[in-house]
Design a protein around this ligand. Structure first.
Ligand SMILES: [Zn+2]
Length: 394
């Protein structure tokens, strides 16, 4: 493999505080970076750059780590624009629309699911995402959940079994039997294709005890826990996540001080999904409160057809700055290094020497443009494992 020098970088954001200006973003000006064998092998001043086989000219632009989208529902069929229109006309979100996507997903062929997921994956890549997590949860039968996870595995190693997304229509009068299925036969079929176990612990979804059963079974099958929690109402999601040493609890719109204390004490990351609140027109979480408590905050798209048909991490960064009270620096860190922590990954999310060479060359002088120019895609080039996977917006 040939080495590549990314030259002429006006502003290099490493998200490694031991580099550059000493801030959490570890910024170097007039910098260069060398990639070899898919890994960052050198970072420093442009004037000191070593020779390489190939040179990529960043044209004085900013380079940031590739985005880590740690919460997506990548594989599904159908769309729910009518439900979105109804909600914008005043209907409220209850989570019931998930059944619509479950029906469409069960009816779709594997080839249809694969090509729809590939289109979304390409959109994510074109806006700078180089690592993503993908959940099941729209099959809700043993065969369909396993099928969604096998498909997810074609796009990412970060696959999450979410059989406990909602109780499917055929089990609404027999919830206990559905939880038994999730913890038994469905888990057995899905665990070989999954790295994580997840549940939607919220009003109208699964309660604390059901969630505990699912997480306990998942952990026993070798999966690591993460949770959807505290989105629709105050509930037990955050506390259960802390109890299980989950990597992350996601949404976090409704938290009491005691939840925040528990997350901080257990070292659970809080993944905020402001595009879901934007699209569902629901109140945003309070990022400031989490940051002030020392909790690791991650940002993700929650890409799904019901509440957040969003693939763009730059859009999420812009929302986090405008609506969650985060600074542009905090939002970029949360969308890269924060996402990596929420996935317990040490090899992505930063541009430290030894990190995977996942990076975005921006057509902008500063990372602040990610928040400053909402709706634009400032991505000029995207590299994953040192290979250019996108050259500019689609
Ligand atoms: Zn979700």
């Amino acid at each position: 493999m040939t080495s590549t020098l990314i030259a002429n970088i006006g502003e290099l954001v490493t998200c490694d505080a031991s580099l550059g200006d000493g801030s959490a973003l570890g910024i170097l000006r007039d910098a260069a970076l060398v990639i070899d064998e898919g890994v960052v092998t050198w970072v420093g001043a442009a004037t000191d750059a070593p020779a390489a086989d190939e040179i990529v000219d960043a044209e004085g632009g900013c380079v940031v780590p590739g985005f880590v989208d740690s919460h997506t529902h990548l594989v599904f069929a159908g769309e729910r624009s009518a439900e979105f229109a109804a909600r914008m006309a005043g209907a409220s979100y209850t989570g019931g629309g998930i059944a619509t996507t479950v029906a469409a997903t069960r009816a779709a062929s594997t080839a249809q699911l694969r090509s729809a997921a590939a289109r979304r994956f390409d959109e994510m890549t074109a806006s700078g995402t180089t690592t993503l997590e993908a959940k099941s949860g729209y099959g809700l039968t043993v065969a369909d959940e396993a099928r969604l996870l096998e498909l997810s595995g074609e796009f990412t190693a970060e696959t999450t079994f979410l059989g406990a997304h909602v109780v499917p229509p055929e089990y609404v009068h027999n919830r206990g039997a559905y939880v038994d299925l999730v913890c038994g036969e469905m888990l057995a079929a899905c665990a070989p294709h999954a790295r994580w176990i997840d549940a939607f612990c919220d009003l109208g979804a699964f309660d604390a005890d059901e969630t505990r059963r699912v997480l306990r079974a998942g952990v026993a099958a070798g999966l690591m826990p993460r949770l959807h929690g505290n989105q629709l109402a105050h509930g037990s999601g955050a506390l259960v996540a802390a109890e299980f040493d989950a990597a992350s609890v996601d949404h976090c719109n409704h938290l009491l001080d005691s939840d925040i204390d528990a997350l901080a004490a257990a070292g659970v990351a809080a993944t905020l999904l402001p595009a879901a609140d934007f699209c569902a027109r629901t109140p945003y979480p309070d990022a400031r409160r989490l940051l002030d408590a020392g909790i690791t905050v991650a940002l993700a798209t929650d890409c799904n057809p019901g509440t957040s048909y969003v693939t763009s991490m730059p859009f999420v960064i812009a929302l986090a700055v405008r609506e969650l009270g985060m600074t542009p620096a905090e939002a970029l860190w949360a969308a890269t290094a924060g996402g990596a922590k929420a996935l317990r990954r040490a090899d992505v999310g930063t541009l430290s020497v030894g990190a995977r060479a996942d990076l975005v060359v921006l057509d902008a002088p500063s990372y602040v443009h990610l928040a400053y120019r909402p709706g634009s895609n400032p991505t000029a080039q995207v590299f994953r494992r040192g290979v250019r996977v996108s050259s500019g917006p689609r």
